[in-house]
Structures are given as C-alpha cells and as structure tokens.
Design a binder for this molecule. Structure first.
Ligand code: AMP
Length: 171
C-alpha cells in the first residue's frame, strides 16, 4: 500500500503558501491505517521505549494505537491550559510570538525512556520543545518518530535526539 500517495495535500492551509499534508485519508481507511500503525510500530520498537510522548492533537491519533501495539503507555503533551492539575510548562519561540507546551507533573517517573511521536516534522520547533519539556521532568528522550518529514527545513537537525520518519516530502 502506498501511504505517501494516499495522504491528501491541501494547498494554502492554514495560510497561503503552506501545503498541508492531511492524514484524514489514512484514518478513514482501516486497512491503510493499520498499515500506517504497523510500520510505525516496527520503527518505534528499535528504540525500546518505555513510554511514548505525543504532541496535541494529531500526534495523539498515532500514539494511542501505537502504544497499545507496543504494549507501553503514552503521555499527552498539550497546549497551554488544556491539562488538569499541576503541570510542567515549556515555552518556545515561533516565527511570530511564542507558544507553550505542558505535561502533567509527576505522571512520568524520572529516568524513563521516552519516544516522541507526531504526525509531521516541519521546522522541528514543536518536537524540539517537547524534547526540552520531557527533559524538565527528568525523562530520557530516546528519539523522535514521525509519519512525515518535510525536507529542507532543518527540522531533524534541530531536535538534538535521533529521529526517523516513514515518509519524506518537499516542504
Ligand atoms: P514544526 O514545529 O514546524 O516542526 O511543525 C510541526 C507541527 O505542525 C506538527 O504538529 C504538524 O502536525 C504541524 N504541521 C506543520 N506543517 C504542516 C504541514 N505542512 N502539514 C500538516 N501539518 C503540519
């Protein structure tokens, strides 16, 4: 099955000049989605993670079935103000302004081996911030796994941990 071909491309979303890679066309097809999760599970297993950490919100769609398949847990990394209880925060710069990611405090014991998961890496800013956030709670970040990597944006170099993507597209 050709996953790359089946991902829907939407020009000028969310703003002019951005080509949006939409995984809805994988999610709607159970055979295709199973193949996606199977292939991600194969890639993830090499890292021997104890937990997955997934980035809101499409990262959750990948991480939930992936964690089940691997027989490990997953923790949610969310945008500012979405998580209940005490949280640990990490702010990072965007092209214009800044953003904040949060993780529940005390959920993950220090020293756990964690793999970061998201649907797509572009500039790497979001994934880098997630790696730093996990560092704040004492996690050992083994690496980062993506379905899609946009090439030529330097995202992979920005992460500071080994990373892998199943598919590569031009930015
Ligand atoms: P970045 O922080 O630049 O690596 O952006 C990655 C985050 O933004 C991921 O959570 C993606 O879901 C989303 N994203 C960025 N660019 C695209 C794109 N062209 N198509 C789909 N999602 C994107």
């Amino acid at each position: 099955m050709d996953l790359a071909e089946r991902i829907r491309r939407i020009p000028d979303f969310p703003k002019p000049g951005i080509l949006f890679y939409d995984i809805s066309t994988l999610l709607i097809d159970p055979a295709l989605w199973r193949e996606t999760i199977d292939r991600l599970a194969e890639a993830a297993a090499g890292w021997r993670p104890e937990y997955l950490a997934a980035i809101e919100s499409r990262g959750f769609l990948l991480a939930a079935p992936l964690a089940l398949r691997l027989g490990i847990g997953f923790v949610m990394v969310r945008k500012l103000g979405k998580l209940p209880g005490t949280v640990v925060s990490h702010s990072y710069d965007l092209e214009y302004g800044s953003d904040t990611l949060q993780l529940a405090d005390g959920l993950l014991e220090p020293g756990r081996r964690v793999l970061v998961v998201d649907d797509l890496i572009a500039t790497g800013g979001t994934a880098r911030a997630t790696v730093e956030l996990l560092g704040k709670v004492g996690a050992e970040v083994a690496g980062a796994l993506f379905l899609i990597e946009l090439e030529g944006l330097g995202g992979r170099d920005r992460l500071g941990v080994p990373s892998r993507a199943l598919l590569r597209f031009p930015a």
